[in-house]
Design a protein around this ligand. Structure first.
Ligand code: C2E
Ligand code: MG
Ligand code: MG
Length: 389
């Protein structure tokens, strides 16, 4: 492979095992990039400069460990991308990788020793030079004013993602997902505006819209045996009248409360369990279903989990998406399933993207599946055409 001078990448390799750093340096040079290899802390400090595009780092070194180097790079505002290597426990590679990501450093990949030149080349191949990176202008983020205008102009709508019963393969319900069709920017996903809505209080009119719209839809689907899952923000659940309001809404539309599933994220609830207990318990007493969303990303303790009156648990998609390929994700998914079953909750697996993951979950006794393999979020008309006719 020929790499022109301007495409050459500058790579710094830090490993106390000289054999290893030389092996990596030779491999890097062989594929046409520049390599500098160092084997201890002093050499590193001397060799380090902002000219390096990639830093290949051994996590375990006697004098200065990889974590300290990550801290150093962060403090020195390094823009280099990282490749982490280790001959030890893979879980440490994961933790270190997360630590670096939290510090806004890009991790191209992790390499478990021993690795091949092909594996090394594949990870280096993920590098995108700064000049080719898409720059998100700050204006790309919606503003509070923009959000307010969007609400006034009624630019919001709901997409519905179907959920399927593993036993029958049939549709069991839908999850309502909010979308913003911005006048000039096009479609904006909730990840970009929900946090802003929560901070600004604009989540209240938005939630009101979602509840109205989802309930109206459910009234039309009254004769089908499907549930409707609705995401609510923690700020909404502090409204003490919420159970009564919801009850009034379903009664006015002749919808059974058992068909409504209120989803709250694990992080949201566990931070403040006691303040939500009142409302959550009353919702359950009125026969609404309660679902704990994005399970595995928060920090529930067993004690908290048995206290909250949830009857559904949704395993976070980050674990499901990698359940087949990553041993740790698989363990989290499996544990969550047995924990939920032990506590009499049924389980929804979210983020099923391939058949092998689907088969694995079915085998494990997971009740409900949701994911791009079966369907993306779609319009209510499409739900009817594809799944209700
Ligand atoms: P969530 O409640 O966990 O919703 C599931 C998200 O996972 C949706 O993203 C869905 O499109 C995505 N997803 C489902 N299956 C797959 C898959 O197989 N692969 C991949 N890669 N993704 C999959 P979306 O619609 O962007 O929503 C993101 C989050 O925004 C939601 O996460 C939810 O927390 C929040 N959200 C959405 N609508 C509302 C709402 O009306 N109110 C509130 N408070 N939050 C909402
Ligand atoms: Mg959800
Ligand atoms: Mg989720």
């Amino acid at each position: 492979m020929h790499i022109s001078k301007t495409d050459q990448i500058n790579i710094l390799i830090i490993d106390d095992e000289t054999d290893m750093s030389e092996f990596v340096a030779d491999a890097v040079t062989a594929i046409g990039h520049n390599a500098v290899a160092v084997s201890d802390a002093d050499d590193f400090v001397r060799a380090y400069s902002t000219a390096f595009d990639i830093i290949i780092l051994d996590l375990f070194m006697p004098k200065l460990d990889g974590i300290e180097i990550i801290r150093f790079l962060h403090e020195n505002r390094s823009r280099a991308s990282l490749i982490l290597m280790s001959g030890k426990d893979k879980s440490i590679l994961h933790s270190a990788s997360e630590l670096a990501s939290e510090r806004k450093m890009e991790v191209l990949g992790v390499l478990e020793k021993p690795f091949t030149i092909d594996q090394l080349e594949a990870v280096i191949g993920k590098f995108i030079p700064q000049k080719h990176r898409p720059q998100d202008p700050p204006s790309a983020l919606p503003t509070e004013q923009g959000l307010r205008r969007g609400i006034e102009q009624r630019e919001f709508f709901l997409a519905y993602q179907p959920q399927f019963d593993f036993k029958t393969g049939k549709i069991a319900g839908v999850e309502a997902l909010l979308r913003w069709q911005h006048a000039t920017r096009g479609l904006i996903h909730p990840g970009l505006f929900i946090p802003l809505a929560e901070q600004s209080g604009l989540i209240n009119p938005l939630t009101e819209y979602v509840l109205e719209e989802a309930m109206a839809q459910m009234a039309k689907w009254r004769d089908y045996d499907i549930t409707m899952s609705i995401n609510v923000s923690p700020t909404t659940v502090v409204d003490l009248d919420m159970p009564e309001k919801l009850d009034d809404m379903i009664k006015a539309r002749d919808i059974a409360p058992e068909k409504i599933i209120i989803e709250l994220t694990e992080t949201a609830i566990m931070e403040n369990v006691s303040s939500y207990m009142d409302i959550l318990t009353r919702l359950r007493m009125k026969n609404f279903n309660l679902s704990i969303d994005d399970f595995g990303t928060g920090y529930s303790s067993m004690q908290q989990l048995v206290r909250v009156p949830f009857n559904e648990l949704k395993i976070d998609q980050s674990f499901i998406r990698q359940a087949i390929t990553d041993r740790e994700c698989q363990a989290v998914a499996q544990m969550s399933l047995s924990l939920a079953h032990g506590l009499n909750m049924h389980v929804v697996a979210e983020g099923i993207e391939d058949q092998s993951t689907y088969d694995w979950l079915k085998e494990l006794g997971c009740e409900i599946g949701q994911g791009f393999l079966m369907s993306r979020p779609i319009s209510p008309e499409e739900i009817e055409e594809r799944f209700l006719s």
